[in-house]
Design a protein around this ligand. Structure first.
Ligand SMILES: Nc1ncnc2c1ncn2[C@@H]1O[C@H](COP(=O)(O)OP(=O)(O)OP(=O)(O)O)[C@@H](O)[C@H]1O
Length: 511
């Protein structure tokens, strides 16, 4: 006897004017299954999730829930049918406190609180405004809110993308337990390690169409990449990090940070960043990395310490000061970085306009050329380029990176730049960062995906509890070493205590 799918969608299509976000998508999910939904940026994954959960009306298609047709007209209706999403962007209303946000969606408070604790956030204050909560924690709150109503099918759209290793692990554990209890989870992620550790099957979308359904077993990754990228296969050549060219005698570091302190968040942080270097910053959630990047980008004023650029002390009172010193910032939260109602081109050209005020006009032909080159280089899907808010999440992320590539900044601060980027484009971004370093630019690169350190960086600066606890050369910066260091353990220490050993092993990619 075959088991009846809990959800069975066929022939789903969605047009936005001339843009076909989905053309012919199907998805069938069994009870107790963790089912991956995969596809390159812009393939239509988020659109399908929004249709299944009543946020977007499809142009065509049939949806069966436990064998019965359902015309999903609203989020409330989807919820009654047992389908509950966590969307790619935080869903809490920023100007409301958390408890009011819960009331709005009639979420039971106690189960929510229990899930928040379970997910690794022990000290949440429900009276905090959502806007004051860091992005990673907001994602956890969105998940807790969904779990609190006990969904039959939980739809997670890049739930782990903004999460550091410790929180991501908790999410994976919770998903496993949902499945063990007979509930189903649809799991969107660009991280193969998670897919192979968690999922039973994967449905692959390409250009709005389901192009395959595969069982997750060893070696299936290649097949999935082929299905995802189709003719676009730019075989994922690993990019190996090269060492920084030796500093010329007398050459000052591009950026020199000494004894930087910010309240209780950052303490006595010192490091140099050379010309032509990519330095990785590795940290678990909330260890001071946000504050470090904020200070270097001119949005947070440090309480103590110094920052030097090319040997000259600087004090940034405003992000424009950092930009003027040649420091560009790619924030992890793209909503913060982008003018959502403006076009792709305007968003990429933004730093040029900022320069206009300071240094006089810039030839618009040069500007147009630089913008076009950045669009091409980052393979930005420009079908909906009139307004950035209509791009898929991954393509929005690419716009933030393209902006600083086009502006030709000498130092780039990247905060989790590959969040939500598909495997093919990730390779392109790694190559690009190495090329920029080859041209003498310096890059500070925070990543929540530890394997990226080996692919891109020359060194890893590990921060724990607001302090730099280790600086590892790339040769020894494997995932286990980075995980150990980011828990504050000394180099070479045997990670033999319960969760740490476990975390280190999982960080190394073991299931
Ligand atoms: N409101 C809209 N108006 C116009 N086009 C849209 C709109 N929303 C989505 N699209 C387009 O639909 C396509 C699919 O987008 P979708 O967000 O579903 O992709 P995705 O697979 O989730 O991508 P990613 O991995 O980048 O999140 C994209 O080309 C996008 O530009």
């Amino acid at each position: 006897m075959t088991t009846q799918p809990v959800l069975d969608a066929t022939g789903v299509a969605k047009n936005y004017g001339a843009v076909a976000a989905l053309r012919n998508a199907s998805l069938s999910v069994l009870p107790g299954e963790v089912h991956a939904l995969m596809g390159a940026n812009g393939a239509g994954k988020s659109t399908l999730v929004k249709i299944l959960t009543g946020a977007v009306r499809p142009s065509a298609g049939d949806i069966l829930i436990r064998g019965k047709p359902l015309d999903v007209r609203s989020p409330a209706q989807a919820r009654r049918a047992g389908l509950v999403p966590v969307y790619q962007e935080p869903a809490l209303i920023p100007d409301l406190d958390i408890v009011s946000n819960l009331r709005l969606t009639r979420t039971p408070v106690e189960p929510f609180r229990n899930w928040v604790r379970e997910l690794g956030v022990p000290d949440l204050d429900l009276d905090d405004l959502a806007r004051d909560v860091p992005l990673a924690i907001l994602r956890v709150l969105d998940l807790a809110r969904a779990l609190a109503v006990q969904p039959d099918v939980l739809l997670l759209d890049e739930m782990t993308a903004a999460l550091p290793a410790n929180l991501a692990e908790r999410v994976l554990d919770v998903v496993r337990r949902q499945a063990a209890a007979g509930r189903s989870v649809i799991f969107i992620s660009h991280r193969f390690v998670e897919i192979s550790a968690l999922c039973d099957r994967a449905t692959v979308l390409r250009d709005g169409e389901t192009v395959g359904v595969v069982d997750i077993e060893p070696g299936v990754e290649e097949k999935i990449v082929e299905l995802m990228l189709g003719a676009r296969v730019d075989r994922s050549r690993p990019v190996s990090a090269s060492q920084v060219a030796a500093r010329q005698p007398g050459e000052k570091p591009r950026l020199s940070v000494r004894n930087l302190s910010i309240g209780t968040k950052l303490n006595d942080v010192s490091f140099d960043l050379s010309n032509g270097e990519v330095a990785g910053v590795v940290a678990l959630e909330g260890q001071g990395q946000d504050e470090l990047f904020g200070a270097l980008a001119g949005s947070i004023r440090p309480a103590g310490g110094t920052i030097e650029v090319d040997g000259r002390a600087v004090r940034f009172g405003h992000p424009a000061d950092a930009i003027q010193a040649g420091i560009a910032y790619v924030p992890g939260d793209r909503a913060e970085a982008l003018l959502m109602q403006r076009s792709v081109r305007e968003n990429i050209a933004l730093p040029f306009s900022a320069r206009l005020r300071n240094w006089g006009p810039i030839g618009s032909q040069r500007e147009r050329g630089a913008v076009s080159k950045a669009i091409e280089r980052l393979q930005i899907d420009t079908r909906a380029q009139g307004e950035v808010q209509r791009l898929s999440g991954g393509n929005q992320q690419k716009v933030t990176i393209a902006r600083w590539v086009a502006a030709d900044a000498r130092t780039i601060l990247c905060f989790d730049p590959t969040r939500g980027i598909d495997v093919g484009t990730k390779q392109e971004i790694y190559k690009l960062l190495r090329e920029l370093a080859g041209q003498g630019k310096s890059i500070l690169f925070y990543t929540s995906e530890l394997e990226e350190v080996r692919r891109v960086c020359d060194r890893a600066i590990v921060i724990f509890s607001g302090r730099v606890v280790d600086i590892l050369p790339v040769e020894i910066a494997d995932e286990a070493a980075l995980t150990r260091a980011s828990y504050g353990l000394p180099r070479g220490a045997a990670a033999d205590v319960g969760i740490l050993a476990d975390a280190a092993q999982k960080g190394a990619g073991a299931p």
